[in-house]
Design a protein around this ligand. Structure first.
Ligand SMILES: [Zn+2]
Length: 380
């Protein structure tokens, strides 16, 4: 009898304990709900006191980062006027070469970038300056030229859409599964007549890229050199330039209606010498399809700056060759080392795409005409 009563008591105690823990957990979750690492809404710090209070809160809810907290711009060394690498890849294939990266090396690049605090952003976000990587991280843009099969290969036996795990898209996908915080963003500067070289899969591949947050860019319809026709050695005129660029946009929109192709990687890194002709690389039309390239990418050889930096010319955005072969001190690993040694030159995000934060002494680097409706936040 006594034993049974004890049992009952024990059960009641356990039940009470369970209820208490459940409540605590509920409270705990609700205080840090909605937010996760990738969905950041940062309130800028107003004073030191508030910051230290919030730090305490952070310890309490340490298992789920409370993203409503202000960012300590100074201790994170936030610098949203710093350098951003726009990486340039070409083919992905079995043998490493100047314009070929092996699957293992692409994996190594992603891993290295991730470990060093880089997070990927898309070209459209780079253009708009909408950089939403978490506080303290550095954005990086990944681009691929030429639309090769090694970039996006479908194994496709029996008509099934199976992405080759050793093609760039397969590697990016897999890396994103392992490290979702890195992001899945890349822009493919393809050319025609068959982007990625598998006729039966062109449409499905384009859909896949766009559905998964990747982008399609212009590399001219037939990889034309926009300075001169390589067959005739004649300088290209306005019409020929517009055809090379506009025909690409027209073809892309036939596959994905209304898709905005708004950036271009210059084939051979060559643009018209004449400034007036260069305007047709930026804007023009072909057979009723008009285009506007908000970013025009070069081939070499140093990091870019954000679109609102006074030195940025969006009609000539430099890229860095993601390679270790004949880099002449301007390859990905050369720049990674440089930025490790010179962290003050690196773009460090405040986590909020709607604010531009930087040390006050850099203020004269900001082009205030290009900041749109973003809040400008110099700090001391
Ligand atoms: Zn090319």
């Amino acid at each position: 009898m006594l034993k049974q009563n004890m049992k009952k008591l024990l059960l009641i105690v356990i039940a009470i304990l369970l209820i208490i823990t459940a409540c605590t957990e509920n409270n705990h979750n609700s205080s840090s709900s909605v937010n996760n690492d990738e969905d950041q809404q940062i309130v800028p710090p107003t004073n030191d006191k508030e910051e230290s209070e919030n730090n305490e809160e952070d310890i309490v809810s340490s298992d789920n980062q409370d993203t409503q907290q202000p960012v300590d711009l100074k201790s994170l060394k936030v610098n949203e006027l710093g350098k951003i690498m726009v990486l340039m890849y070409h083919d992905i294939g079995e043998e490493e070469d100047i314009w070929v990266r092996t699957p293992e090396n692409l994996r190594k690049d992603l891993k290295t970038l991730h470990e060093k605090g880089y997070r990927v952003i898309g070209m459209k976000d780079f253009i708009e300056g909408n950089i939403d990587t978490p506080p303290g991280t550095t954005p990086v843009v990944i681009t691929f030229d030429d639309g090769t099969k090694g970039q996006f290969n479908v194994l496709g036996e029996d008509g099934e859409f199976v992405i080759d795990p050793d093609s760039a898209v397969g590697i990016l996908d897999e890396f994103n599964r392992q490290y979702p915080e890195f992001g899945l963003k890349a822009t493919f500067y393809v050319n025609y007549p068959t982007p990625f070289r598998q006729k039966e899969w062109v449409e499905r591949k384009f859909e896949y890229l766009v559905e998964n947050g990747m982008e399609i860019g212009n590399h001219c319809y037939n990889h034309e050199n926009l300075r001169m026709d390589l067959d005739t050695k004649e300088t290209r005129d306005a019409q020929s330039i517009q055809e090379a660029i506009g025909k690409h946009v027209k073809s892309t929109q036939e596959i994905i209606p209304n898709y905005q192709v708004d950036s271009l990687a210059l084939p051979y890194g060559a643009g018209p010498k004449d400034a007036e002709l260069y305007n047709y690389v930026v804007q023009g039309s072909f057979e009723g399809t008009s285009y506007h390239n908000k970013a025009i990418l070069l081939v070499g050889s140093n990091p870019a700056r954000p679109s609102y930096h006074k030195d940025t010319n969006m009609a000539r955005v430099p890229r860095i060759r993601a390679s270790e072969m004949d880099t002449q001190n301007t390859g990905l690993y050369d720049w990674l080392e440089y930025l490790d040694k010179n962290p003050g030159e690196r773009y460090i995000s405040d986590g909020d795409p709607n604010t531009i934060s930087f040390p006050k002494e850099l203020e004269d680097q900001l082009d205030k005409n290009r900041t749109g409706d973003k809040t400008i936040q110099p700090y001391e």
